[in-house]
Design a protein around this ligand. Structure first.
Ligand code: SF4
Length: 472
């Protein structure tokens, strides 16, 4: 690759400066993949833009898990038709605009060929396991190749990558395991992300050390579809990895997501007890409070086992807060099964939940179940779950008042018409606070905030100390 007069030569092609617009749907794994894609494309002279109208390359990173994300993608893809027809000369480069449109992610993994055949404006589609080959695909598109789909799986035994970051923030997503072997009956992920494969522990430790030392990263989110299954294939574990990462000087906070209750091991519980850097937060999806529904979901644990895990975690770290996911109205859920979920909310005392009405994903076992309940029942049950949870979390959050929390500040915004800064505590709660003077810039500062008021959804505080951008 050579650079001359701001044009980059890749193989036989000249790449002038171009703009890429990316839209990411769904989970943090997709956001992580987007960062990798943008990082690869920067080597081909692409810079990211937030203005779709000025983009030369449009990439959708799709999600097959949530219905809403699914619908949004198709609507956004429809809008690219007009953009594609644009034949203006770019005033900056003098090159004629030739907009390339691509789709990656989970929908593209399972339906890539169909998408490319059906949508005239789509130039190529690519699956979840070929994200690191984006350069090759963009090269093919700019060589004039049209209408192709790359959805192959990486067949190598090892999973080895280097984390790419483009954001310039002190936080990074670090993928440590890909795929999922669980096959929950409602979930499409094992079909879109393949089988579990973990990175080696020493590779992750080196990767995070590099990010801390050379890129100023202080907070790391370890990612995986089933993150606490990490290392099984190499006789390593997430608990071990956390205790090794703990030793990296300059790393302040560690998080991980998303976990499966079946894979919460004793050494992971011990890591929550002993690690000083592991956040006071665990997101542990339960999905239902009924054992019979959990069986139909193929979740491999019981409500009693789940509650025992929460007890163990809270004993290991009394400061920990727990959040969860709940699906309302799984096929054939009875009123009694729904009531069991409402009871679980009381027993578990979650700090917050993500709750959804069940919607079938094509190709899953749950989508083939004969279902006796309808959307009206689902909607009513979802509202009952959410209303109950809001009361519980309002009560829990009242207990924050008067306490001081260390917050990593993310952004400034308007809160009920007042300029406030917003950041997250170790326990992942959002905290809003007013600056000491209007000029103060706290972005990506660590601050200590005393909580002055809290509702179910919002926590307000008063800044006590500004510790600056770097702490140990
Ligand atoms: S463990 Fe999570 S990602 Fe894996 S199949 Fe179940 S819900 Fe899907």
């Amino acid at each position: 690759m050579t650079t001359e007069n701001s044009t980059v030569k890749v193989g036989d092609l000249e790449f002038p400066p171009r703009k890429v617009w990316m839209k990411t749907y769904g989970c943090q794994m997709n956001y992580h993949d987007t960062e990798r894609i943008l990082s690869h494309l920067s080597g081909m002279n692409f810079t990211a833009t937030s203005e779709k109208a000025e983009a030369d390359l449009v990439i959708f990173n799709t999600c097959a898990v949530r219905d809403l994300a699914n619908q949004k993608f198709y609507s956004h893809l429809g809008e690219t038709k007009k953009l594609k027809e644009s034949k203006e000369i770019d005033p900056e480069t003098g090159f004629k605009k030739n907009v390339i449109v691509a789709a990656g992610g989970c929908i593209a993994q399972t339906e890539g060929k169909e998408l490319v055949a059906k949508y005239k404006q789509l130039d190529f589609a690519f699956g979840t396991d070929v994200v690191d080959n984006i350069g090759e695909m963009v090269y093919r598109a700019y060589s004039g190749e049209k209408k192709f789909a790359v959805t192959s799986w990486d067949r190598s035994e090892n999973y080895s990558i280097e984390t790419k970051i483009t954001q310039g923030t002190p936080t990074a997503f670090v993928n440590i395991i890909k795929g999922c072997d669980k096959f929950c009956s409602y979930c499409i992920v094992p079909f879109t992300r393949g089988r579990e494969k973990s990175r080696r522990l020493d590779e992750v430790v080196k990767d995070v050390s590099r990010l801390v030392e050379h890129s100023g990263i202080q907070e790391v989110m370890l990612l995986g579809q089933n993150v606490n299954s990490y290392g099984k294939d190499n006789e390593e574990s997430l608990g071990q990895l956390i205790m090794e990462l703990e030793k990296i000087p300059g790393l302040v906070r560690l998080r991980y997501t998303t976990s499966h209750p079946y894979d919460v091991t004793d050494d992971l519980v011990a890591a929550h007890a002993h690690s000083k850097k592991l956040a006071n937060h665990l997101h542990l999806p339960v999905q239902s409070g009924s054992n019979t529904v959990l069986q139909r979901m193929l979740r491999e644990y019981t409500v009693e086992h789940y509650l025992t895990l929460l007890q163990k975690m809270r004993t290991a770290n009394p400061e920990i807060i727990i959040s969860s996911d709940i699906i309302a109205g799984f096929p054939n859920e009875t009123e009694e099964e729904h009531q069991a979920t409402l009871k679980l909310l009381d027993d578990a005392q979650f700090d917050f939940i993500y709750s959804y009405a069940f919607s079938p994903r094509k190709g899953t076992k749950a989508a083939k179940m004969n279902d006796a309940i309808n959307d009206e029942i689902r909607g009513r049950r979802l509202r009952e779950i959410q209303a109950k949870q809001l009361k519980i979390q309002e009560n829990i959050r009242q207990g924050m008042i008067g306490k001081t929390f260390r917050v990593l500040v993310e952004e400034k915004g308007l809160n009920k018409g007042v300029a406030k800064w917003t950041g997250r505590t170790s326990c992942y709660r959002l905290v809003h606070f007013e600056p000491e003077t209007p000029e103060n810039d706290y972005q990506w500062h660590w601050v200590d905030v005393e909580i002055t008021s809290a509702t179910a959804l919002s926590t307000q505080g008063k800044i006590l100390r500004d510790l600056g951008k770097k702490i140990q």
